[in-house]
Design a binder for this molecule. Structure first.
Ligand SMILES: [Zn+2]
Length: 860
């Protein structure tokens, strides 16, 4: 920068230097001498003034190469937040929902590609990104795709593009479900598709995408049916204990409790040859036909013909493309068989069909888990087309002042059918966040940190788009990513559920407490966690939701370190970030509760009309989530010290320890595993974290002080120059109405503009020292969660590398039960499940090593 100084100084010196060689007419010798002296004196004075000004300019600020300095300004953090909060709008939210959720857009389909391009266009428009002649759609692994992500730290202007990955996905060809009579004749044939109902235009697409299981196994199975309840491990254990042999049977499981893939895995392990999974109204809380509610679309109860699609990939083994575990799914990738897909066929069925099958078991007591097989055999047939399929992640970047601290915000875009709640309610809120950030950019805001926005594809098949990108850029992410903020379903009911890494819990809760409730002016957004719907009536004791709700309340009330922000398990796009790359993450949204209209998850009736009429009339929840997520993004982006709370994290470890200790006790394994090393390590981490808290506070205070001093200096220089070089000053500061105008130059946030325009060599030593302390603290905070990564991964599911949380009993199948997806201290839990005391002890020691390493990072 400094080498340009000379040119600029000359450019901006408007007064020509006086010359002493002027040839003046001679009047008299005396007057000539006098005149000469006067001219010389004047020249010297002028020169001195110019010299001083130029010197002052040297001292204060060096011009930088800004293309259009006048278009840049800045806002205080508070101003930026206020400006942002005024943007999210219900009418605009409804418009976006219609735009994305009126047509089916299954991953890899033509309509999916159209939505990828719409999202790209939105980023280009809102972030003022010039539209290139050629659509920036890159094949993953190509030089252009690699460059797009890897060059993020050197960007000075926003950018957007589409990455194409090539995973193996499947689509439905045909399915059959028959009851076979004694004479081998088919006596009943199920209609397996959803029905086209009058009263919701989405019904038109009831048969467009068959009601099948994504990544399911092709095949035919003929056998007797056994009812297996939720198909959880404990359900199968119960049957086995009762002496039931499931070999050669077809398991009939209901949705809920655990992720559907795990039901199939458990059935497969128990010897079943096929699985049927149905939607049971007992899991619909009080909103049932039995309680007098009309079925959808006429009323809020379950449509009896509705079917829950969904992937059955074993994402607890590894998520993402089945054929390229751990590495990106490039078009020419070397592919394997796929170790995370079922070996037996399955199909999802409606309540209407399930009733018929249950009647085959026992028309009187169909729900008892007694292992009694059906009297007749049934035939299950599933035909699919497996193919390498292109999928499209749309990516956007807003570069900040700080290039090596990146905040990522992501939401998937693909849906099983129209997906108005899953995921478009999330997409709607993310679009509002983007519009808000766009508004700030147009007002001259430059984020402190860099923001990456992702619209993932093929999440529904097993978190594919996000996983492949995470695998593709794992090193880059571990170096630059600070936090990943996920949003999947933003609104499907009235109950708010927010989750995240414990280090983000205080931030999450604080923001939710600072925002108003979407529909009740007297309460906060955080209070919406208590909302449970208004459609009252008795709730089936056979349903699992109320049990889980009670368990969650109990956990929050008995855990002294609980913040009310639940731990994340898996089941959405944060998985690769949180559990493989060790990046602090968050997730959450409004969920359907026990007394809310029944959310037709993964059905054609997850439609825009369902949203407008039942899930979020007026779209106030969509807007509330947009405001919440926007503030979360802004606080993480613009805080001087990252709002990551390692102390909350380290205290929370006490709860996890208590949990495994009681688990060990309950499993009564001998000898009792010794976790004392673990306890000592946790204590050490807590001490280190408390010390870091002091350092953080001190660093921020000193930085603000040094910044204020630097700003005062800048103000002085500016005043000096304003009188002489007005346009120059304007150029230097590149702002109107703020630094160059009436606004006080005392805001610490302005320091980055001054800094940016100043020769680093001329920055005051105190400022540099203060900045160094801030960078040091932030680096510790950025790397903290990454300390939980173990390079060898977790035993038997090595894709997962983070030792703290794991999605063992995934709750993906029922969003209402979110919050129970996380197993804390997963490796130890695995060992305790296996009743292996020495393994548990070893895992405890291994974990202690991690925690000690974390403490070292913080102590450093
Ligand atoms: Zn989703």
């Amino acid at each position: 920068m400094s080498e340009k100084l000379g040119d600029k100084a000359v450019d901006y010196a408007p007064i020509p230097l006086p010359t002493t060689s002027i040839d003046l007419p001679v009047k008299s010798r005396k007057s000539t001498i006098f005149r000469t002296i006067a001219v010389l004196a004047l020249g010297a004075i002028t020169f001195r003034i110019i010299h001083r000004c130029v010197k002052a300019h040297h001292k204060c600020h060096q011009p930088s190469s800004l293309a259009d300095p006048d278009s840049r300004g800045h806002l205080t953090v508070k101003q930026a937040e206020q400006l942002f909060l005024a943007v999210p709008d219900t009418q605009r939210a409804i418009k976006t929902s219609k735009e994305y959720a009126t047509l089916p857009h299954l991953a890899g389909s033509g309509q999916d590609f159209e939505t990828a391009k719409s999202f790209l266009e939105l980023l280009q428009t809102e972030l003022s990104i010039p539209t290139p002649d050629e659509l920036p759609v890159f094949n993953a692994g190509s030089e252009k795709s690699r460059h797009a992500t890897l060059s993020i730290p050197s960007l000075s202007e926003p950018s957007a593009w589409i990455d194409t990955y090539f995973p193996v996905l499947n689509t439905p060809l045909g399915r059959a479900l028959d009851i076979i009579g004694d004479d081998d004749q088919v006596i009943w044939k199920a209609n397996l598709e959803e029905s086209e109902e009058d009263g919701d235009p989405a019904g038109e697409y009831a048969r467009t995408i068959g009601a099948w299981h994504g990544l399911s196994k092709e095949g035919e199975a003929i056998g007797k049916v056994v009812y297996v309840n939720y198909g959880r491990k404990e359900d199968f254990d119960h049957l086995l204990a009762a002496g039931v042999d499931l070999t050669g049977t077809i398991a009939l499981a209901r949705y809920g409790g655990i992720f559907r893939g795990l039901k199939i895995k458990a059935a497969e392990e128990a010897g079943a040859i096929g699985v049927l999974i149905y939607s049971d109204p007992r899991d619909d809380g009080s909103v049932t036909v039995g309680n007098g509610y009309k079925p959808y679309p006429e009323g809020p109860a379950r449509n009896p013909y509705s079917v829950q699609r969904g992937t059955v990939a074993y994402i607890s083994i590894y998520p993402g493309d089945p054929s390229t575990p751990g590495v990106p799914a490039y078009e020419n990738a070397t592919r394997s068989e796929g170790g995370n897909i079922p070996r037996i066929p399955s199909i999802p069925i409606s309540w209407d069909n399930a009733k018929r099958i249950l009647a085959e078991i026992d028309p009187d007591t169909p729900f008892e888990l007694n292992g009694v097989p059906s009297k007749r055999r049934i035939r299950l047939m599933n035909q699919v087309k497996n193919a390498v399929t292109p999928i499209w992640n749309t990516m956007g970047v807003i570069p900040g002042h700080i290039k090596n601290e990146v905040i990522i915000l992501g939401n998937h875009r693909d849906a099983w059918v129209n997906g108005a709640a899953d995921p478009i309610s999330g997409t709607v809120s993310v679009v509002e966040v983007i519009r808000g950030l766009g508004k700030l950019l147009r007002e001259g805001w430059i984020p402190l940190r860099t923001i990456v926005i992702a619209s993932w594809d093929a999440e529904e098949y097993g978190l594919v788009g996000s996983t492949e990108w995470g695998e593709d850029f794992s090193e880059w992410l571990q170096k630059y990513a600070v936090v990943y903020l996920n949003l999947d379903i933003g609104a499907s009911g009235s109950g708010l559920s927010l989750g995240g890494s414990p280090s983000l819990a205080h931030l999450i809760r604080g923001i939710a407490e600072s925002l108003p409730h979407p529909t009740d002016a007297n309460r906060t957004l955080w209070d919406a966690r208590q909302d449970s719907g208004t459609l009252l009536g008795p709730v089936s004791e056979w349903g699992i939701d109320h049990l889980l709700q009670k368990a969650q309340e109990l956990e929050f009330s008995t855990d002294p370190y609980s913040t009310g922000v639940h731990a994340l398990g898996s089941g959405s796009d944060y998985t690769v970030f949180l559990q493989r790359l060790g990046i602090a993450s968050s997730d959450g949204g409004f969920r359907s509760t026990l007394h809310d209209p029944v959310y037709h998850y993964h059905s054609v009736y997850d439609s825009h009309q369902f949203q407008e009429r039942y899930a979020d009339p007026g779209f106030h929840r969509h807007v509330a989530i947009a405001k919440y997520l926007g503030l979360l993004t802004l606080r993480l982006t613009d805080s001087i010290i990252l709002p990551i709370n390692t102390t909350q994290y380290s205290l929370q470890l006490n709860s996890y320890l208590a949990k495994i200790e009681s688990l060990a006790k309950a499993s009564s394994i001998t000898p009792v595993p010794d976790f004392s090393t673990l306890r000592t390590a946790i204590r050490r981490l807590q001490d280190a974290s408390v010390k870091l808290d002091h350092d953080k506070a001190k660093a921020e205070k000193k930085f603000r002080k040094a910044s204020r001093r630097l700003l005062r200096k800048a103000e002085k220089c500016k005043r000096l120059r304003r009188s002489k070089f007005r346009s120059f000053v304007k150029h230097i500061f590149g702002v109107r109405g703020t630094l160059a105008g009436a606004g006080p130059a005392r805001r610490e946030e302005d320091v980055h503009i001054v800094e940016k325009h100043t020769n680093p060599g001329r920055l005051p030593r105190k400022f540099l020292k203060a900045r160094k302390a801030v960078v040091k603290a932030n680096t510790k905070l950025k790397n903290f969660e990454k300390g939980f990564i173990s390079s060898e991964g977790i035993k038997d599911r090595e894709w997962f590398r983070v030792d703290l949380f794991l999605y063992q009993s995934s709750r993906r199948g029922a969003w209402k039960m979110e919050g129970y997806g996380a197993d804390t201290f997963p490796a130890i839990t695995d060992a305790l499940d296996a009743k292996n005391s020495s393994w548990a002890g070893l895992e405890g020691i291994r974990l202690s090593k991690h925690i000690n390493r974390l403490a070292e990072i913080l102590e450093d």
